[in-house]
Design a protein around this ligand. Structure first.
Ligand code: ZN
Length: 550
């Protein structure tokens, strides 16, 4: 006796990608004690894993649950992550983190980044990253959480939404807040150079702020300055920063929206390959679907936000401004650098989303608008008997900007091959990039991302071994994000463990039917505690740790 849990007779995939081997895993407290062969009597609880794979718990390396872990409701709402085998979730991506926060800008942040907030709002009971992480610990966490510090938040705290380069004293203040945040345990710096206010930052500002990371070896995690026509230049910008500062680089949702010009991705990949040969550490994450969601506000011309959201809403009332926006959407091709092209980094109306019939809206608050939930702009415009552009402008004003946009190829099997090819890149870790987790989004990522890769892409599609798929969900993201003692099964590591049936594991959620739990994940343990067994999720276990960068 003595140990707490013994997982017997499973096929152990340790997260390294090496072939599975039959072994038992024995757990003491929150750590793995040993892997080998042990009698039933060695532990107070025995789990029979005959015919099942025993893997490290999966790590969702990129989410927009950024502000949601501070809600006491998070454990209930995030059940679908447990049914995917996820044990650790990274948030604070794309430039936005819940801390540090200047309380003067809470309203702006809550409106612009609304999809990452709890539906019922949030009391900011903290200012610094240290206070925020303490708060998460105090309310208890269902999953292990790692929090990046967002450059967009640092910039908002210092200078709001001003469309200009930062002054040296403003950059110094951003650096001070970043250092304090990393020292408190934040795991790295995220950039949102496509979002306001990161879109207004010069490369020199990013280089200077990110230089703080050099003292910690912490990763730079960018949503690049453009993911369409200028993607190759945008990748080169962050590669140069990482190389000069000698810090690890982790590209968020790596890829370009421009499908008909393969030279863009070829140039980006060449930049990455050559930098790797020079010793730059570069990884990335990947969403296993061909659709994306974000705030509808991010489609608007960047200069519209100069001076803050109140000014944006006032401008949007003006019919002449509306005409200029439409003209921009119909004609702008982003150029490099974006500050010489009215700040535009992407024209997603034109490329990624391309048609009002492929742009769906969700997250409505006003009772009168809830009937439009998850409809396309084209459908909503038809119901309102209005022009689609005015439909969008009026809804943005009515909802004060808090609308989620989802666009791309919904449930289009033609896209499966390109998704599988991108997922097969050995440096791609898997992520959900969930947007609107508490807002009833139709995007199935919240339910299916990880079982989709295991079942459809690896097992059924044969694009990689199950062992390799597991590596991309465990040891790879743990290394990319610097998560110590996570993502591998070995003596001494944290006992985050996912036990799944390799023959049946599969995602069931689609855009047509999004709220369906995945199947085949049999047991999930977080820090040695069972949080999922026989289909039952223990929301009250609160077994997660707030991960602090050592
Ligand atoms: Zn992003």
């Amino acid at each position: 006796m003595g140990s707490d849990v013994l997982i017997k007779n499973g096929m152990v995939m340790d997260g390294s990608g090496e072939p599975a081997r039959k072994a038992d895993v024995i757990i003491d407290g929150d750590r793995i004690k040993d892997i080998g062969s042990f009698p039933d009597a060695a532990a107070s609880r025995v789990i029979d894993a005959t015919g099942l794979v025993v893997a490290p718990g999966f790590i969702d390396a990129h989410t927009h649950l950024d502000f949601f872990f501070a809600s006491p409701r998070h454990a209930d709402v995030l059940e679908s992550w447990a049914h995917q085998g996820v044990t650790t979730i990274v948030a604070g991506n794309c430039g936005y983190s819940p801390a540090p926060i200047n309380h003067d800008h809470v309203d702006t942040v809550s409106a612009y980044w609304n999809f990452a907030f709890p539906r019922d709002g949030l009391e900011f009971e903290w200012t610094t990253m240290a206070e925020f992480l303490d708060h998460l610990e105090k309310i208890g966490q269902a999953f292990n959480v790692g929090i990046l510090t967002g450059h967009g938040m640092l910039r908002t705290n210092v200078m709001g939404f001003e469309a200009r380069f930062a002054e040296p004293d403003e950059i110094a203040e951003m650096k001070r807040m970043l250092r304090e945040s990393i020292e408190a345990g934040s795991i790295g710096l995220s950039l949102g150079l496509y979002y306001v206010p990161g879109i207004y930052a010069h490369t020199d500002e990013i280089m200077e702020v990110a230089s703080v990371l050099s003292d910690f070896g912490a990763p730079l995690v960018p949503h690049t300055r453009g993911m369409s026509e200028t993607y190759a230049e945008a990748v080169r910008e962050v590669v140069q920063i990482a190389e000069e500062l000698q810090i690890p680089l982790h590209l968020s949702h790596h890829g370009s929206f421009i499908r008909d010009d393969p030279s863009i991705m070829e140039r980006a990949e060449r930049t990455i390959d050559e930098a790797r040969k020079r010793g730059v550490e570069i990884g990335h994450d990947f969403i296993p679907y061909s659709t994306g969601s974000t705030t509808l506000l991010s489609l608007f011309p960047p200069e519209m936000f100069d001076g803050g959201l109140d000014k944006f809403f006032a401008r949007l009332e003006d019919p002449l401004v509306r005409k200029r926006i439409i003209h921009g959407w119909e004609t702008v091709v982003p150029g490099w650098p974006n500050w010489e092209h009215s700040w535009w980094t992407d024209n997603h109306y034109h490329n990624a989303f391309s048609s009002w019939s492929l742009i769906c809206l969700s997250g409505f608050r006003k009772d009168g608008n809830k009937r439009f939930e998850n409809m396309s702009v084209e459908q909503i415009a038809a119901k309102l008997e209005k022009d689609p552009f005015d439909t969008v402008f009026d809804l943005v004003l009515e909802e004060k900007g808090t609308i989620i946009v989802t666009g791309g190829a919904f449930d289009n099997p033609m896209d499966d091959d390109s998704v599988a090819a991108a997922a097969s890149d050995p440096n791609a870790s898997i992520c959900s990039d969930i947007v609107g987790g508490d807002h009833g989004t139709i995007n199935p990522v919240a339910y299916g991302a990880f079982p989709r890769v295991l079942g459809r892409i690896a097992r059924d599609g044969g694009h990689m071994t199950i062992e390799e798929a597991v590596r991309k969900m465990t040891s790879l993201p743990a290394a990319q994000m610097g998560l110590k003692d996570r993502g591998s099964l070995r003596a001494g590591a944290f006992a985050d463990i996912t036990v799944f049936n390799p023959d049946t594991v599969i995602d069931r959620a689609s855009f047509a039917n999004p709220h369906q739990m995945s199947e085949g994940i049999e047991y999930v343990l977080i820090n040695g505690k069972v949080i999922l067994e026989n289909g039952t999720y223990h929301a009250d276990a609160l077994a997660g740790h707030v991960i602090r960068r050592a």
